[in-house]
Design a binder for this molecule. Structure first.
Ligand code: SF4
Length: 258
């Protein structure tokens, strides 16, 4: 994908889309629950949370992590924290200094000004550099508040609400999660990561807890990382094979070729 077509890195002001709430058929809801049940059996739910950051710190961490390995974004986040005492100081730092500090991530030259711009937008809209107030909003309201800031999309807003100390019931979808959902037929082949958030959330019960939604994201992501690989999915050892059209098609093709 060309660098500047990536919506998460665009600097253009973005109007929030008014989307109709996603709906889902009963068979797909049943399938989503079955996928969740089986993968929880493999990866062990509840999955421990990997972060306990306040929501603003989680937002910065999430911006750093875009298209970047976890180890590299984690190092960049620690470097920011080590160089400046708080996010106020980062907001006032020179872009070049931030870029130099986060140079281990993908596209530091875009992420440095983005971090400064997002911090300034939070201050302007919230009156201070804190997102703790989001806990007083509903998930939809909190996501809408965050996504009104240019550069923050559905994945980042859901990550802030789910992974931070807010522990709100939001469902992030990363590229691994998205791949597994697409191959198993939970979403269609043309549903991109952004729109998939609403579709996949609508397949899960409305009253699921933050932990249950976090588990759903984590087990689909882990499955994408450990079994349903991008290039050569290991369908032969996948617990979803009998309910996965992609896996069955691949197995049938392999059998024909013998
Ligand atoms: S059967 Fe294959 S394609 Fe389907 S989810 Fe499992 S590994 Fe992925």
């Amino acid at each position: 994908m060309p660098l500047f077509s990536d919506p998460a890195l665009s600097t253009a002001p973005r109007r929030r889309r008014l989307e109709a709430p996603a709906t889902s058929s009963e068979p797909l809801k049943d399938k989503a629950l079955e996928v969740h049940r089986r993968l929880c059996g493999v990866y062990g739910c509840p999955i421990p949370y990997f972060h306990s950051l306040d929501p603003l710190s989680e937002l910065i961490s999430s911006l750093l992590s875009h298209r970047t390995r976890n180890a590299d974004s984690g190092r960049a986040f620690k470097a920011l924290r080590a160089r400046w005492p708080d996010w106020n100081a980062v907001e006032e730092a020179e872009v070049a200094e931030i870029e130099e500090t986060i140079r281990g991530v993908t596209w530091p030259e875009l992420k440095a000004p983005r971090i400064k711009a997002v911090l300034s937008a939070v201050r302007a809209r919230a009156g201070k550099l804190s997102l703790d107030f989001l806990e007083t909003l509903s998930v939809d309201e909190a996501r809408g508040w965050l996504e009104a800031i240019p550069g923050i999309g559905p994945k980042t807003s859901a990550a802030v609400l789910s992974f931070s100390t807010l522990r709100m019931p939001a469902l992030p979808v990363d590229s691994h999660h998205h791949r597994v959902a697409q191959r198993t037929g939970l979403i269609g082949p043309k549903v991109d990561v952004g729109p998939s958030h609403a579709v996949l959330r609508a397949q899960l019960p409305d009253d699921w807890s933050a932990q249950a939604l976090y588990d759903n994201h984590e087990v689909l992501m882990l499955h994408g990382q450990q079994v349903c690989f991008h290039r050569s999915p290991a369908c032969g050892r996948c617990v979803l094979l009998d309910i996965c059209p992609t896996g069955q098609a691949r197995q049938a093709k392999a059998t024909e070729g013998r």
